[in-house]
Design a protein around this ligand. Sequence first.
Ligand SMILES: Nc1ncnc2c1ncn2[C@@H]1O[C@H](COP(=O)(O)OP(=O)(O)OP(=O)(O)O)[C@@H](O)[C@H]1O
Length: 272
Amino acid sequence: MVMLEVKNLSIQDTQSNEVIVEDISFKLERGRSLGIVGESGSGKSMTVKGMLGLIAPWITVSGAAYFEDADMLRMKTKSIRDIRARHISMILQDAMSAFDSLDTIGKQMQETLCENLIISRTEAKQVSLRELERVGIKEAAQVLKKYPHQLSGGMLQRCMIAIAAAVQPDIIIADEPTTALDAITQKEVIATFQHLQAQSGTTFIFISHDLGVIQQLTEDVLVMKDAKQVEYGRTENVFQHPQNEYTKYLVDTRIKLTRAFEQSMRKDSYHA
Ligand SMILES: Nc1ncnc2c1ncn2[C@@H]1O[C@H](COP(=O)(O)OP(=O)(O)OP(=O)(O)O)[C@@H](O)[C@H]1O
């Protein structure tokens, strides 16, 4: 069943006349994961923000974005807010700035869950504990008492994933979920997403400039360059047989980087 269908989505800044996104189309079936990949500024984040109405008033969005059968671009403010609160959760790029530094993680999780799930504070605390455990946090009760600056980037990112998953949305969108993390923590966060994918059957959109992340987490991929989609298809096919010059460049660069990394590891082990 198709959960989300975006048709000819275009986004323009009416103040500068800049075309931010041009003619993007994709379909996402329930339980599948889509990757949106491309260089910084290519329009990846704005594609999903435009679809969810998270844009400034001077930005115009045209085309259609159907969630189930309803076009989100033509919804009233209350309905699109309801979609964002219950059906499509977004995990933002920078976990640290997404939390308020003056409140504990527990208080912030409880507030979000009380508001979005319409449950009591006691229930929200139970859900918070359960969800933190579900994303692999063992000392969940301790983590709830901490302030954001007392936790590592990886831990905060997992708290964000836990909040997004707690609402049990139909779709989770994760915008550059591993970019701010070191390599080891990136691996852990990817494993957390893989666990959630296997366990919950949630539909995901992962936005990343990192092909490795997209390869590990998605079945379908949309490649963007300069506001346009240059390639779209099964992740395996796109990366094994890229048709577009830009996708070929991305894949080649990744292969070269991986080889250079492997060589440097071999050198290190030789010297050790
Ligand atoms: N709030 C905004 N208002 C107006 N223009 C914006 C806004 N946010 C981004 N843009 C413009 O839209 C274009 C695409 O930005 P977007 O954030 O979607 O890129 P991206 O591919 O997600 O890259 P990054 O990973 O660096 O965020 C950029 O040229 C930027 O100038």
